[in-house]
Design a protein around this ligand. Sequence first.
Ligand code: Z2T
Length: 838
Amino acid sequence: MTSLIPPGCPTVLTEDDRTGTSVETLRRAFMDNLFFVQGRFPEVATKNDHYLALAYTVRDRLLLRWLNSAKTYRDQFSRTVCYLSAEFLLGPHLGNNLINLGLYDAVAEAMQQTGLDLNVLLDQEEEPGLGNGGLGRLAACYMDSLATLEIPAIGYGIRYEYGIFDQEIRDGWQVEITDKWLRYGNPWEIARPEITLPVKFGGSTYSYTDDQGRYRVVWQPHQMVQGIAYDTPILGYKVNTANLLRLWRAEAIESFDFQAFNTGDYYGAVNEKIASENITKVLYPNDEQLQGKELRLMQQYFLCSCALQDMIRLYLQCSSDLTRFHHKFTVQLNDTHPAISVAELMRLLVDEHLLPWDTAWDITRQTFAYTNHTLLPEALEKWPLPLFGSLLPRHLQIIYEINQRFLDQVRLAYPGDQERLARLSIIDESECRYVRMANLACVGSHAINGVAALHSELLKQTVLRDFYELTPEKFSNKTNGVTPRRWMVLSNPGLTRLISNHIGEDWIKHLDQLRRLEPLAEDAGFAAEWHAVKHKNKVRLAEYIQQRVGISVDPSSIFDILVKRIHEYKRQHLCVLNIITLYQRLKDHPNLDITPHTFIFGGKAAPGYYKAKLIIKLINSVAEVVNTDPTVADRLKVVFLPDYNVTCGQRVYPAADLSEQISTAGYEASGTGNMKFALNGALTIGTLDGANVEIREEVGAENFFLFGNTVEQLQEIWRNGYRPWEIANNNPMLKRVLDLISCGHFSHGDTELFRPIVEHLWQNDRYCLLADYQSYVDCQEQATRLYRDQKQWVKMSILNVARMGKFSSDRAIREYCEDIWRVQPVHVPLADTSYIAQ
Ligand code: Z2T
């Protein structure tokens, strides 16, 4: 369709400018948007104008599919998955949408014809960082897979004005900068000012019997805000399905502050408004540490109330019989952050829609399912009763009622077992009283799952043991997955081309097809191309490192990468102990023949987590010494990449040789970075933790560098009394490494700075770094020695990718659909665009 029109002829619209996909149409639509949306002529347009004009061009194509999806679902009253999550860590939209629309090459060409470089425009997008890490990113991968599998779905979340902070490194320390991601506008969302829902807080309740003899409770709130919907279309890969991500922003209700206004308290009225808007102001930057702040509970309730009211609103548009609500919607709770939904749905059904309690309870339990993402006790959410009751008085009553009925059943099942009763109770009665959100989620759901096989087993043995014994049939495992569209096709075009040249493009939707690469592991020509792709990716990352932190690294050295949130259980500092060990060896034997080694770190620490921040400082301090020591002579480099986020991940995974997955066995629920690395041809050095176990099973033990104690071995170690000081005293190298840190070698003689880290390792070592140290160092040595045999390494790399098909989020979503959601695909046909003329 490209320009069949001779030059000089008047242009005939052969394709609709908002939906057409030819290079010529895309080019024209882009110019049109630059002029009429951005209000710019080419001579003065900035990079950002260009980015936005292109984003709007792409958005038009999305909207066509989105509206067709919405219409199809509405006409068919389709069963719909609602994914409730306090976080959606989407990453930049433009590139992903181009991939999923199948328009990447056409748009690159159209931009080139306009004299622009698509890559420059892609770099212009500020990523929406509405999540902390794995949990939020998982939600984003699942939205991609739901759409790709043509499953009707709505993601419900919070439109934080400030997402996860931007990280800067100053003098080796993390500094947090607010993330003003909406600064230049967000072309991917559509505000729905007409979709507003009221949300109440505080106050009190009273009850009465209505004229039909029904017991009714009225909640008289102290504060009321409204949620406003902001919609982002989420398109599937090469399908017409575009699902809805609906994020809520809090605003004051105009009429609500009139009262204060009329009594002359203008200042108070404005303050009220500000307080309302604070609810969705900022994402809490803690990943697996509870903060217990009132505003956080307000955020959680705000999300749940908006989402459930919205579902009921949508439901009532098509049916007045709410008793079948759970046939239309199935709701997944992404951890306990949205667990208050259980009480809120009960409130809406009983108090506002006047359903009998038992009917409402049946609906509620059949609606919800709960995913647990961590075993860390400090992450389990519990709210002090006074705080909970003052903010959500009606919900506290409802929870008491749920609990009483639940405990009555428990008493029947376990007569006289008071301790079990206390453990199962939604209310924690020990010392201070709390509402336990995991208990609420378990009682209110028909399905409960962990996120990797090992994690799901441990859940049943530890934190949810009593619930498992009570209702084993509710429990299942759903091993996490990641979307190959963003994490391979978009981020690693070189590898994607190479794979597709040999096995076609089916693997992008059916990742098991990667198996067909297995025979090619023996093909020298293919291996050479594989190696060349990796090398090119490494050169690109090396350039980025040079530009970003001014360190020059050698692309033929082994790129050994550890990127994830900084946490003691993830053991970034274990990796540091190995670096210092290598450094020490080089100091002892300056001519030692070691494999040139580049260590790359990235990750944010929760701002209130001092130890994690100190680990960042330690990494940077060791880097400073190692990188500038002439004895090392460039054989060892250490890089800390600031502000690790989705965008940075897309650069990093494709360039990795070795993937560090070194958490203490039993602590990482699943991990998903481990999957992204392996899918991009990195080999893993890791413990038997989270999904590492399953990755190793899939790729084969011979293609995985395993080290460290197992969960069982660690349990045994603790049972016998763990004495880390004995390990250190009996291991001369380990002792030297610890002493080198203590004596101020990496801190300009300061012997205090790293004391909290080293002291803890000697005395307590909760995460067993010392117990795993020697095994790790040996395994590292083995891996780096093997790296010198490039033929063998490349072969292992190919086999890793070939056998990673299981870890597609498509597989995970299929399992959720079959086992938990019982939902089926709905095909969306693309109606022609004559609607425009109607
Ligand atoms: C998070 O990212 C994870 C767990 C949490 O527990 C909270 C956050 Cl913000 C409350 C991670 C797990 O640590 C990781 O192992 C897992 O892969 C990921 O969730 C997705 O399930």
